[in-house]
Design a protein around this ligand. Structure first.
Ligand code: ARG
Ligand code: ZN
Length: 415
């Protein structure tokens, strides 16, 4: 009897976390309209999980499309692909293995570690302790709570001068499964305070401006990727009239809201929400930026993966009024990034560089008047995708630091 009960508990515990045993990730390259249509049907009818682009509606001819196919669907999907003779490359033979392999830092510690993926509980404690350990350079405030009631910590990093300084705002973790981004914001804060006083560029930046860092935007989603489903993307709010959960926070801002590259279907991965800023996380962020608009000179939002540096617009093809300056700053930033390990990035306006998609925080911030508005898409290009191993946290963060510092220095020199 006892043994049965125990077995039952083990079974429940296993089901708690979505497992990906036998699932594959496949890269497709549609060569014509017919193949594009087939891929879209895979998204709508078979419900495969889109990694790149974020939703089947965004697929176009010639684009590299990464899809995650659950083991049970593999036969059907391969049959469909063979019939259409579409080019297909298996990126992951067994996704569960990659989920386990991403934690390749074998230091056994529950404590905070910049070269590991940290849980929300660990990041929450870190935000509090790094602030008290660096009270000369960091202050902390909570800009609101998430849907499930978690505090959105915002760290202000910079020398305290007693007067208002120009600021660079940066957030990470819009999309829950993009774990390298959460790691980058933590890295950035630590690197800033530990190189202040020794690195002349960082010292100058922190003396004359502030970084406003929101280490995790979509905390509820991040928590869910740890406890239940590693591939979760959206927020965790309830939607009326359906059991489908969550909104895509990067489709939820008031910038051509839900007009293109977004879905009004709550079950879609790119659901735009019931209205702009319907998500409390979006509202908290937008309220903070509106209130502090006069000091915020740059807005950086960090995503993964694809190695891109994007700027407005994404909700339309029309170029931003500051297009040539935004372009040249982006080119300087990705050139700086590349000097360290040779990592190649592409930069350009969102709509033409990846796909048109409305409701993004970058376009919204830009139209509000924050001129230097950029979206990073960090490593890699799909070899590991969202499951970037921990051994790549350090090099990824080091090179990304160079790009962020480049942008911040440019902004400071062109106030
Ligand atoms: N992969 C990101 C997303 O789809 C890119 C965001 C680019 N900016 C935008 N406003 N769509 O959310
Ligand atoms: Zn993203």
């Amino acid at each position: 009897m006892k043994i049965l009960l125990l077995l039952g508990l083990v079974a429940v515990a296993l089901c708690e976390t979505t497992r990906f045993v036998g699932d594959k990730v496949i890269r497709l390259t549609p060569a014509n309209d017919e193949q594009v249509t087939i891929i879209k049907e895979l998204g709508q009818k078979v419900k495969v999980d889109f990694w790149k682009p974020d939703s089947p509606d965004l697929v176009t001819i010639g684009m590299g499309v990464d899809i995650h196919v659950p083991a049970a669907q593999l036969d059907m999907v391969f049959t469909i692909l063979q019939q259409s003779s579409m080019e297909a490359k298996v990126m992951f033979e067994n996704l569960q293995e990659a989920v386990e392999d991403q934690m390749d830092n074998k230091r056994v510690t529950k404590a905070h570690d910049y070269t590991k993926y940290n849980s929300w509980a660990t990041i929450n404690d870190w935000a509090i302790s790094i602030t008290s350990a660096n009270s000369n350079l960091i202050s902390r405030q909570v800009i609101g709570n998430t849907y499930e009631g978690r505090p959105m910590h915002l760290l202000t990093i910079g020398k305290k001068t007693g007067s208002a300084k120009p600021a660079v705002f940066m957030d990470c973790g819009f999309h829950a499964r993009e774990w390298i981004t959460h790691a980058f914001c933590q890295w950035f804060v630590n690197e800033a305070v530990s190189t202040y006083g020794s690195d002349p560029e960082m010292t100058n930046l922190l003396d004359r401006m502030d970084f406003l860092v929101l280490p995790v935007f979509n905390i509820d989603g991040y928590e869910y990727t740890w406890s239940k489903d590693r591939m979760w993307r959206k927020t965790r709010s309830k939607n009326s009239g359906t059991t489908c959960i969550g909104t895509d926070p990067n489709r939820n801002f008031d910038a051509g809201w839900c007009t293109t590259g977004a879905s009004s279907n709550p079950c879609s991965e790119t659901y735009c929400g019931s209205s702009p800023e319907s998500e409390v996380e979006s509202k908290n962020l937008a309220n903070f930026i509106r209130t502090n608009k006069s000091i915020i000179k740059a807005y950086l939002t960090v995503h993964s993966y694809s190695q891109l540096l994007l700027f407005p617009y994404s909700y339309k093809y029309g170029l931003a009024a500051d297009h040539s300056e935004l372009l040249s700053v982006s080119q300087g930033a990705i050139a700086a990034l590349r000097t360290l390990y040779g990592t190649k990035y592409t930069s350009g306006p969102g709509a033409t560089t990846i796909y048109p998609a409305a409701g993004g925080s970058d376009d919204w911030a830009y139209d509000l008047g924050v001129k230097y508005s950029y979206t990073f898409e960090l490593r890699d290009e799909g070899r590991y995708g969202f499951l970037l191993p921990e051994s790549q946290i350090k090099p990824t963060c080091e090179e990304t630091m160079l790009a962020v510092k480049y942008i911040a220095s440019y902004v400071l020199n062109n106030l």
